[in-house]
Design a protein around this ligand. Sequence first.
Ligand SMILES: [Zn+2]
Length: 269
Amino acid sequence: MIIGAMNNPHKSLLEEIHLFGEMDFDYAEITIERPRAGAEWVAEHKKQVLDALASYNLGVLSHMPWYFSVAHPYERIQHAMEMEFSHAFRSAALLGAKKVTIHTETLSPSVQGRKMHVENTIAGVKRIDKLARDFGLELHVENLDAKSLSIKEFHQLFSEVDCAMTLDIGHASTAKGEGYENYYKAFAPRIKHIHLHDNFCQSDDHLPLGAGKMDIEEIVKSLKARYDGTITLEVHSADRHYLEYSRERLEILWYGKKKFLENKEYLQP
Ligand SMILES: [Zn+2]
């Protein structure tokens, strides 16, 4: 298991990378997103970003702006969106990312009707998957909420598009989420990246681990039995120390307190 953190695109990307490095994260999941980490900015500051990552030996994953449309009912708008995806993919590839996560459509399904919403999502993801491959990126589609795709609809997507999945355990644990275990049972071979954060099992709060009502202990135990890859802590608390706290909690739950302390000593001989 390796643990990462995602930059807040309203803050300086370089300062975010230094923060994650100082907190001993293993990688940064960089959202290529305006206002402060847009595709053009990243391309122009490629050297500084790569130097900052290298100074802490941080790996890199990438994420697209959560509000980019994948199924807009107006083709010309969707076409423009895909040009933006393409710019952002190029910048992700410049940083050496191999995986990129997108969200599904954020417009309400009532705009075009659920059936067309799902059909356009599948058609859009198919095109975006091709774009990602052109930049050497593996596309991951993340579960979001009831407006997004249900488990049943994800089955439909994966029957037509051979892409990976980012399982967001926090999103799956909200009142309208379908449960992390159900996602795992349905899509285990496709789940190649995890987002983890806590909430009160109602709305999508992005809290530090232990601050909400999710059974984090049980989740980590069951996750460890079936998964051993990248886990990004998407903790959005204003006080960033909660990010560091969440990393320690995850490591303690994963390895046990004794091993966690031994690992720490190993890092500081
Ligand atoms: Zn997420």
